[in-house]
Each structure stands twice: as C-alpha cells, then as structure tokens.
Design a protein around this ligand. Structure first.
Ligand code: JFZ
Length: 438
C-alpha cells in the first residue's frame, strides 16, 4: 500500500514536472554578434554523403521508393570510400572561397558518419571504419574553415521514431520520448567531440515532431555551447522565412535564392547539380549560374550554402571541383564586394545586384546591353568616384533622379563585373530601392 501511494504521488510529480518543464519559449538566444560573424562569411559548402552514393540515388528519399528498404539498409556493408581525404575536401572548399562546410552527419536514412555510441548503424561498422566527421573537424581546423553539422530530426531507420516512410501516418510502435533522448545523446556527442560552429537541422515537417520538442533541443544545445548557431528547421512551419512557429536562428530557403531581407539572417541551400547526393551524369550548373546564385544571395543579404555530393570512392567529381575553383577565381577578384558586405540598397534582379559596406556600394552586372547603367539616385549621398573593382575608372554623372555610369564596349568579367561606387557617407542604412527597368 505504502508503495502504491508512493507510486501514485511520484507519478503525479513526474506528470507535473514534465508539464512545467515543457519549454514553449526559448530562454537562450544566439547573440547578434555571433550571427553577424556567420553572415559575414557569405559562402559555405554543403556536403550530402553516405552509403547511398553506391547507388547514385537521392539520400534518404530513395529508400523504399527506389531501392527496397531492406536493400538500402544493407548498403553500408559495402561502403568503403578508400579515396576519402578530408584535407582534399576542405582545400577544395577553401579554393572555392567558401568559409564553412556543413556535413550530413545523419540524414533521413539514419546512417551516421561518426562513431556514435548510440546506434550501430554508423561508419565504424562499414569496411571503411574511419570517423568522417572527426577527420573533417581536424582538417577544417587546419585550414581555418568552420565545421557545421547537418542532423535531421526524422529518422526512417530507427524504430523509436514513429514513421517509417516519408509521408505515411505515425506507427503506434514509436516512442518520441525515447527518440528525443536518443537525439540528445547523439547531439551531445557531436557538440562535445567536434565543437561545430553551426547545426543544420532538417526533417521537422513530419507529424511526430513538435515545436516544443524543438525548443527543448534548442535549450539543451545552448546549455552545451551558447555560441553554437542553429538553423530554423528545429521548430515547425516554413523553412523559407522566420515565423512564430520557428525555432532557430536563421531562415533556410531551399533550391532558390531568398528574398532580400535586412531584418534577420538567412542562408539559401542550392545544389551544384540537381541531386543532393551524388548522381552519375547529373546536370551541373554553368559557371554563370553558379556566380549569379552567389551574387544574388549576397545582394539579398543572405549566405549561400552550395551543395556537392561526393562519389562512393570518397572523391568529389573533378568537373564539380573545377567549377568550384572557377567560383573561387571570381571571388579572388571580387570577394571584397561579397564577404562582410550587406545586401542592397537596390533590390537584385536578373540583370543587376548590389552590395554595400561602409561608404561603398558595389553594383554587380550580370548583363548590360546598354553602354550606360542608370541607377535611381540615392538622396542625400554624393557619388565621389566610380571604377570597376580591380579595374578602370568610369565616367558618371549624378542628378536628383539618377546616377548614370558609362560602360565600355566590353565588360571586364563575362559572368559578373563589379563596379565600386564610393559615396560621401555611410550607405548601410539606405532603405531598399528598386532598380529601374532596363
Ligand atoms: C531537405 C531534405 O529532405 C533534402 O534531402 C536535403 O537534405 C535538403 C537540404 O533538405 O529537403 C526537403 C525538405 C522538405 C521537403 C522535401 C525536401 N518536403 O517537405 O517535401
């Protein structure tokens, strides 16, 4: 009887404390200066990789729909990327002008690229037997690149997660209390062992995941490392913008350049080819498209997380590496107009984009079919000089409605030429202006 009463009261107490502890608010918030530092970086590398590269189908999503799941789940026994070299990946990112790398430590298929103690479905049980996340952390440290970790909240492999295939109804066999504890254990390993700069959550759209779970994880992580940056896919709602349902520090538009937004941080994730994971003969974006994505993102005041899917042997495709190097070569010339700048003051369009820093405005030209570029005037500021970045001075005139800049017959860069306008005062507070129609 005594025991029964005790059980009754402790059950009540547990109930009560669970209810009390359910965090609907996020008491911790990443400091603005930490987020500003992140946004100054502007360009990062997304890497989607795992045993699925043996088949060349999409990571996570092809399980069941393309590859029978019993077969998909056995692929890791064949995963032996003998030519994986973390230094080569990190050097490739560096040569591309990227400042951070985000690796899929765990995607929707549940496979873990680090030696986690909490599931045997991990890299140490492949013939490869090497800690991929650890090797990247070390190489990133060596080359001054920030390591970020992608970790999805859904897991179509682990039976504690109640949904087995993408959009089916929850099964009754799952247990989200146990699953969330498993996540915390794994996140604790990741944060403690690799000290990631940022965590990139995903998979929050399925019904077992709630906003409160997101807030609980956010607070848990912030207690482990108050400076770790967290994307907005930890709460609910759209990824594209920040809403009341959002938990996290910044918005994550996917496969599109985000809208210009000076109010909160954002990062577009876009693939260099079509698929996230490697696909043989996947269509690759032209250099022109790649540079436009990068410039339009920076001009909208956002970052670009540009995705590469390495092959099953551990190498990135040569044609993709070469494309990245071409982007790096462009950034070598025009990086001052990208890194550490703000977007605007003009709203980017398909012909022009703008960035600004201090008393400078950079005008990026994707295509100009006139010998003059005519910008709406900026009231109360005077143009002191105009010249191509790393190039010739340009004739200009300024009146109450326009700033007109004369262009040569041939622009210096075939993908995107950049003009620096030096103004007689700070440009960073200028409200958004529309470019005129060409
Ligand atoms: C997600 C992942 O599923 C994808 O594999 C990749 O990792 C990307 C960065 O993020 O993309 C999504 C997100 C949501 C849906 C589809 C793909 N959705 O709701 O259908």
């Amino acid at each position: 009887m005594k025991y029964l009463i005790l059980t009754f009261f402790s059950a009540l107490f547990i109930q009560f404390s669970v209810a009390q502890n359910t965090p609907t608010l996020v008491p911790y918030k990443t400091e603005k200066k930490v987020l500003d530092g992140f946004m100054d970086k502007r360009f990062g590398m997304f890497i989607h990789w795992g045993p699925v590269s043996l088949r060349g189908t999409e990571i996570g999503w092809s399980r069941t729909s393309v590859i029978p799941k019993a077969e998909y789940d056995e692929l890791y026994h064949d995963f032996n990327p003998a030519l994986f070299d973390a230094d080569v990946w990190v050097k490739t990112a560096k040569q591309a002008g990227m400042k951070y790398i985000t690796i899929t430590a765990k995607h929707h298929d549940g496979f873990c690229l680090w030696p986690t103690k909490f599931t045997s479905y991990n890299i140490m049980n492949t013939p490869f037997k090497k800690d991929v996340v650890g090797a990247l952390a070390k190489a990133c440290n060596k080359y001054g690149i920030k390591l970020c970790i992608y970790y999805t909240v859904l897991d179509w492999y682990d039976t504690r997660y109640p949904i087995r295939v993408s959009d089916s109804k929850p099964e009754t066999t799952g247990n989200m209390v146990e699953f969330v504890q498993f996540m915390k254990n794994q996140l604790n390993e990741l944060v403690t062992n690799y000290h990631p700069y940022m965590l990139w959550f995903d998979g929050n759209w399925e019904s077992p995941w709630t906003k409160d779970m997101g807030a609980d994880i956010y607070n848990y992580l912030k207690k482990l490392d108050k400076n770790v940056i967290i994307n907005n896919r930890l709460g609910k709602g759209t990824h594209k913008v920040m809403t009341n349902e959002t938990i996290g520090d910044y918005a994550t538009p996917e496969q599109e350049v985000g809208e210009i937004n000076m109010n909160y941080p954002w990062e577009s994730c876009i693939t260099i080819c079509n698929q996230w994971a490697w696909k043989p003969n996947d269509k690759m974006k032209s250099l022109n498209e790649c540079i436009q994505k990068l410039v339009s993102t920076a001009a909208g005041n956002g970052n670009l997380l540009f995705n590469v899917g390495p092959m099953m042997d551990g190498r990135m495709e040569l044609r993709q590496v070469n494309r990245l190097k071409q982007m790096g070569a462009w950034l070598n010339n025009y990086g001052e107009a990208i890194y550490g700048t703000k977007g605007g003051p003009y709203r980017p369009n398909s012909a022009y984009a703008a960035t600004r820093k201090g008393d400078k405005i950079y005008i990026h030209i994707f295509n100009a079919d006139h010998h003059q570029i005519s910008l709406p005037n900026i009231p109360n500021l005077k143009v002191l000089s105009a010249h191509f970045v790393k190039g010739a001075n340009l004739a200009f005139d300024q009146n109450s409605t326009n700033i007109n800049i004369q262009l040569p017959n041939q622009l210096p860069d075939e993908n995107c030429s950049v003009i620096e306008l030096k103004m007689n005062g700070n440009t960073e507070m200028i409200p958004l202006i529309e470019f005129q129609k060409k």
